[in-house]
Design a protein around this ligand. Sequence first.
Ligand code: 5GP
Length: 128
Amino acid sequence: MAYSYDDQNIFAKILRGEIPNNTVAETEHSLAFSDIAPQAPHHVLVIPKGAYVSYDHFAQTATDAEILDFTRLIGKICTDLGVSLEGDGDGFRMVSNAGQDGVQDVPHLHVHILAGRPLGPMLERRLS
Ligand code: 5GP
């Protein structure tokens, strides 16, 4: 079964310039912008410009150029924010929610980069 992409989602509208955004960085294949409701002092969303619904969709069907561009941009943003472990940064968390169980609100692949304070445990400890 194929992945299905809804081109009326908010991030598709941002990519088409129909909704404004606070751009952090832009490359040929990717865009990074501030989350409208930040959950940490740094909360940047990184998205591919292509129509991918989730990380697995992207990982399995994007071109090598798109994957390289997206991955390198994530690295650059960590450096630019000063949170990269390469320098004396204090680190960050990357999250990419997918689908119903992943509690994905916007069905266009995005990676959250969260940083700027201790972020606590990744998940509530619960097995069922
Ligand atoms: P998800 O729950 O899909 O992983 O995350 C969606 C994220 O998109 C949320 O953190 C939410 O605050 C953010 N968001 C939703 N609408 C907008 C918008 O119009 N502009 C920006 N910059 N972020 C948005």
